[in-house]
Every structure is written in C-alpha cells, then in structure tokens.
Design a protein around this ligand. Structure first.
Ligand SMILES: C=CC1=C(C)c2cc3[nH]c(cc4nc(cc5[nH]c(cc1n2)c(C)c5CCC(=O)O)C(CCC(=O)O)=C4C)c(C)c3C=C
Ligand SMILES: [Fe+2]
Ligand SMILES: [Fe+2]
Length: 344
C-alpha cells in the first residue's frame, strides 16, 4: 500500500478572459451544494440569469488581483504544496474543486505514482456543504468510477484545532505588530442560512437565533456558523483580545435569500459611520488569498470604510504558505501516515 496526499482548494478561472470566467462560474454555481435548489430552477438561475451578467463583472475583478504567474489562489496553493511536499516523504499533489487541476487529475497523478491510500485535505478550516462536503462527495464519485482500488481518509474541519488556532493567531499577531487599530473584524465567507439548516444532523438544533451556536450540540460538527464563531473565540483567547475590540461578520453574499449575518460590507460601513478610524480585518475562512480577500476586502472593503469616514484599514494576509502552517500540515500528514501504517 502506498500513501499520498491530495490538498484541495476551491479553484479559479483559467484566465481573466470573461469566457474562461463564465466557464468556471458555470461549473461552480451548477454545483447542487452551492446553489441548492431543484436542478431546473438552478439551471434557469445560473444559465438564464447569473451567467449573462456576472462573468463580465467578475472578470474585471479578477483582472485587478491577477498575478503574472496566474490566479493568486492557485499560485499560493502550488507554493503550499511545494513546501509541504519538501517536508514530508508522502507525495503531495493539489486539486481544485472547480477548474484546473481537477480532483480527477489530482487523483490520476497520485495513481500514476502508485498511490492507493489517499489523505484528502480540504483547505477549509470550517466545514460547509458548499466547500468540504462537495469535495468529499465528488472525490468518492470519482473513486467509484475511475479509481476503485483507492481508499480515502479526510482531514476533518480544523477550525478549533490548537495547531491551526496557533498558526492563525501568530499570523495575526505578526501582521498587527506596530499597527494601531481600534477594532479587529473576523470576516468569513457567507453561506445562505438554508445551508446551515440543511447541514444540521439533529434536524432541530440550528435556529440561527444567536444562542444555538453557543449551546453544545453534535450539530456543530457540521455547523459552519458555529465553527466560524468558535475560530474567532479561540483566536481571541490565544491573543487575549479584549471584549468589544473584535467581532465576526460574513462576506460575499449572492442572490436575494438571507445569508449569515452580520454582513461584512454593512459592518465596515457602520463602523466607519460610528467613528471607528482604524480597523484591521482578517479572513479565516480562506487559507489562501484570493479574489474574496484581495479584491472584495482589501479593495472594496477599504473603499467602503473610507467613504464612511474611516481612515486606516489594515488587511491581514491569509496563512497561505507560512512556514508554521507548512510544518503543521506536514506534521498532520506524517501523523496520519504513521497511524495508518500501525493499523495496517
Ligand atoms: C451561492 C453561492 C456561493 C456560496 C454558497 C459560496 C460559498 C463559499 N465560497 C468559499 C470560498 C470562495 N469563494 C470564492 C469565489 C466565489 N464564491 C461565489 C459564490 C458562492 N460561494 C462566487 C460566485 C465566486 C466567484 C467570484 C465572484 O463572481 O464573486 C473564492 C475565490 C476564488 C478565486 O478564484 O479567487 C473562494 C476562495 C467558501 C469558503 C464558501 C463557504 C463557506
Ligand atoms: Fe464563494
Ligand atoms: Fe449552530
């Protein structure tokens, strides 16, 4: 039995050309775990409405953040892979849930190296059906159809893992060194409230009422909202942040359904209008900097803050390919390899 690792991130378009952006958004938004409505309605919404207007707007946004080497999200995931691969003896490849390299290509690469035991690492600290779950479901479908000899194990959501909390907290501490700020906002990618209820394995716990996420429940193993608030809480404890100097919000909503609140854009606007002059912002739902951090937060967010009367807007980078994060991932991989070998 030979072991290998598949690091999986969200993915990006092949280029900033609106045609490539349209193809990417089509694959992304037709995923039933992203826009979770009946297929006929999803097809109408995505192909009949969203893909007629959004690709041009998104392409313009991608143009603002694109690097010479390509999409920041892909380049940063490649850098992470190179560093992790150099630290462990287990072959490590990357894959994207949408776009390239696909999960099928990643598994094929591992297969070609003789790997038949795969550790899947969804690069999302918090579980969501639109991220972690869709990766695992697709990987299993591909395994059954193309790689029946392979077996999979996956790294669970690591939102509260002490190693991850330490890496994220240290990254915040370093970025804030010498920075004068009044408020630190933890901005997570949003999801429709409906997704939270759908992922509730108890079918009755998640009410999104401000209390459920603080009341112990086995539902929290799959509750994105709980896991986001827990990441904030544990980082705040690690950094000894004072109550009232930090808060949590949710960004990037799409469509008219209610998404998790408070919304990041409105929060930034409100803070500026209420007199906050210096704020810092961190985006812990993203391991790699991407469109949502480099454009929506660092550009649009800053503009909202300035227009609302704010002055200094400090954006903390994602953990990307930081050495302590690379070492953490390599250690998790090595631990998995040892345990699996001992059990074999
Ligand atoms: C219904 C729509 C969407 C859900 C639900 C959603 C959840 C979700 N997404 C991420 C991480 C990323 N999303 C990114 C871009 C992006 N997300 C959506 C829509 C939903 N996301 C769209 C339409 C886009 C494309 C850009 C745009 O048109 O605005 C990215 C960036 C990709 C990049 O190339 O840089 C990331 C990363 C999470 C973590 C999440 C749920 C928890
Ligand atoms: Fe998204
Ligand atoms: Fe909850």
């Amino acid at each position: 039995m030979a072991k290998g690792v598949l690091l999986v991130n969200l993915g990006s378009p092949d280029s900033t050309n609106p045609k490539d952006v349209k193809r990417y958004l089509g694959e992304f938004l037709m995923d039933e775990r992203v826009i979770d409505v009946p297929k006929a309605f999803r097809t109408f919404l995505v192909k009949g409405i969203i893909l007629n207007t959004r690709p041009k707007k998104s392409a313009a946004a991608y143009k603002k953040i694109w690097w010479d080497e390509g999409s920041p999200l892909i380049v940063l995931t490649e850098r992470l892979r190179d560093k992790v691969d150099a630290l462990t003896s287990i072959p490590t490849v990357i894959a994207m849930r949408y776009g390239k390299p696909s999960i099928k290509q990643g598994l094929q690469k591992l297969h070609d190296k003789g790997v038949d035991e795969v550790l899947i690492v969804p690069l999302y600290p918090q579980f969501a059906m639109a991220t972690t779950e869709t990766i695992l479901v697709l990987a299993e479908e591909l395994r059954k159809e193309h790689f029946p000899q392979m077996s999979f194990t996956s790294v669970p959501a690591f939102y509260n893992h002490p190693d991850y909390v330490r890496v994220l907290s240290e990254s915040i501490k370093e970025s804030l060194e010498g920075v004068d700020y009044e408020h630190l906002l933890f901005s997570y990618h949003g999801v429709p409230e409906r997704h939270i209820r759908k992922s509730d394995i108890t079918k009755s716990h998640c009410k999104i009422d401000g209390q459920c996420c603080q009341t112990a429940s086995k539902a929290h193993q799959y509750c994105y909202r709980h896991q986001c608030y827990e990441t904030t809480k544990q980082v705040a404890e690690y950094l000894s942040l004072e109550e009232g100097t930090f808060s949590t919000s949710f960004q990037s909503r799409l469509g008219v359904d209610p998404w998790l609140q408070p919304y990041t854009d409105r929060t930034i606007d409100k803070m500026g209008k209420q007199g906050t002059k210096k704020m810092a912002i961190v985006t812990p739902a993203f391991v790699s900097d991407c469109l949502e951090t480099l454009e929506e937060i660092a550009m649009e967010g800053e503009e909202i803050f300035h227009e609302a009367g704010g002055k200094d807007f400090h954006v903390i980078p994602c953990i990307n390919d930081r050495d302590d994060w690379v070492k953490t991932l390599a250690r998790w991989i090595d631990q998995w390899a040892v345990v699996e070998t001992e059990m074999a």
